[in-house]
Design a binder for this molecule. Sequence first.
Ligand SMILES: [Ca+2]
Length: 313
Amino acid sequence: MRPRNIIIDTDPGQDDAVAILLALASPDEINVLGITAVAGNVPLALTAKNARIVCELAGKTNVPIYAGCDRPLGRDLVTAEHVHGQTGLNGPTLPDPEMQLEDGHGVDFIIETLRAQPSGTVTLCPLGPLTNIATAFTKAPNIVGKVQEIVLMGGAYFEVGNITPTAEFNIYVDPQAADIVFRSGAPITVMSLDVTHKVLVTPKRNDAFRTLNTPVGIAVAQMTDFFERFDKEKYGSDGAPLHDPCVTAYLIQPDLFTGRHINVEIETQSELTLGMTVADWWGVTDRPKNTLFMGTVDDDRFFELLTERLARL
Ligand SMILES: [Ca+2]
């Protein structure tokens, strides 16, 4: 089987970093055509820098990295330094990148790549707010039909929300963009909080990263240690959820996850529930099924895969 061509759209973020490392460690399954940074967990200047830091950590300095949109479509940027720290990658001490950003805008890279590649051969992997993807779809609507699949981290049904009582962070930051993407007609697979809250970095799993005793293993252990401080207190759990790597793990081993084909729509108006993913899990409407919405994960096998792949870097 040929590796799947993907574009990673990201706002690193420690969990974005782990998702990117997992992809770069898996060239038999995944070919990273490029990385586009977006404003989200921290502002764009930092996410564009962090993406380069992560590729250098992996020793993969030939991946083209572009800066994309620096703010949501219709509202001010909301960031999450309270989770990820001031840099977005707090935890390890990693050198400033030597890699340069590519010239041009991340949105144009997405458009040009989809135009250049055969239809149905490029998968988009958004790990942050959907601003870049929505902007590309709005600017060049004819690329939507060429997308193989969008596999994204965002939203929730049973877990409801993490940044507000009813909204997950990525969708909440740019609900207008999410609305455009979920209405686009492109095939969408969603790694929601319902899944990612089951992927917990317990002390034992953190130790497994650390005992790889490689720069990557140690850095991943330090990153997951850092945001655990916040999450353990918040959730009272044995470890912090590792959200974004669910996206890249799915591309490598889809049978780790199960879900349902359902309709998902985005709340864009209500002040109270802005950014809610209104997911018709129980099939109580006739709205068209636009999403494969994941609900369960084999977390032991997920961490076996992740640790085994990180060891290759
Ligand atoms: Ca992210």
